[in-house]
Design a protein. Structure first.
Length: 290
């Protein structure tokens, strides 16, 4: 890796997804990713997390890298330093409508606040089954991972959704055992909610995440850019999931990870290598940020 390059003459800012972009399998961070983010910041580039995770659910190894701000819960909340510049929580009535739809269709789900993730019993069991499936695949293929890369997910516990404060809900994540589950929710709730397909790789007929209509990574980025006085043309967005589409649309340069689905790669300006193959470093290097 090269040394520090001169700071750019105009302000630059990068928004980086977490799972599948910074993190592999929920816990592993490539050393080159840490180097890329820290070197870019030394070069005067602002670097923001831009994730579907709750702020309180960001892995400590990611937090330790150091960032200038964060967009969390898929655009519901945005922080510049310690200042909250975006907050679009669901009204309690909207939460009740959402939960009623999940329950009516037998759909497993998480409810996320800014600080915590709550789960149905079925969702917790599904996450654990999925992790065990990945671990069995690894064993069959002779793949060895760092000790905490999957074990944390396999043993993780969540508070029940009944404990979730209805006036603090930011978004929901769901898994339906029916292939048409996502389409059913969209038909019933699309007038009030933004529904994103396939945001997490769990088994089941369909899965995704839900926030208030108009709430996404892109809408939060627009507010952050306006607050900072930075042109969207000088913004870079890097991600691998369908909840990154609006980020790609807003940022002047969009970069899909090598591990993203082909259809998502087709929407990006550039494609870098995978999360485990120095994807963030190569993306930053290609843009002259490191």
């Amino acid at each position: 890796m090269d040394g520090v390059t001169p700071a750019p003459s105009t302000p630059r800012i990068a928004f980086i997804d977490v799972d599948g972009t910074i993190l592999e399998h929920g816990a592993l961070v490539a050393p080159s990713t840490v180097a890329a983010i820290r070197t870019a910041r030394e070069n005067g580039v602002l670097v923001y997390l831009c994730t579907g995770r709750a702020g309180g659910d960001i892995h400590p190894s990611v937090e330790a890298i150091g960032f200038d701000g964060a967009i969390t819960n898929g655009g519901v909340t945005a922080r510049t330093g310690d200042d909250i510049v975006v907050s679009r929580l669901m009204p309690p009535a909207a939460v009740e409508r959402l939960v009623a739809a999940f329950e009516a269709h037998g759909i497993h789900y998480f409810l996320q606040t800014d600080d915590e993730v709550f789960a149905t019993a079925g969702m917790t069991a599904m996450v654990r089954d999925f992790v065990r499936h990945i671990q069995a695949q690894d064993a069959a293929e002779g793949i060895e991972r760092a000790e905490d890369s999957l074990s944390g997910l396999a043993n993780r516990t969540y508070r029940d959704v009944s404990d979730a404060p209805r006036d603090e809900i930011a978004k929901a994540v769901f898994v339906s055992t029916e292939e048409e589950g996502l389409q059913t929710l969209d038909a019933e709730l699309g007038d009030e909610f933004h529904i994103v397909p396939g945001s997490m790789p769990l088994p089941g007929g369909s899965n995704g995440e839900i926030a208030l209509l108009g709430t996404n990574k892109g809408s939060a980025i627009e507010i952050v850019l306006a607050q900072l006085g930075i042109d969207a043309a000088d913004a870079v967005g890097i991600g691998d999931s369908w909840n990154d589409i609006e980020m790609f649309e807003v940022c002047g340069t969009s970069i899909a990870m090598g591990n993203a689905e082909p259809a998502l790669k087709a929407l990006a300006d550039r494609v870098t290598t995978s999360v485990a193959d120095d994807g963030v470093w190569n993306a930053f290097r290609g843009l002259g940020l490191v």
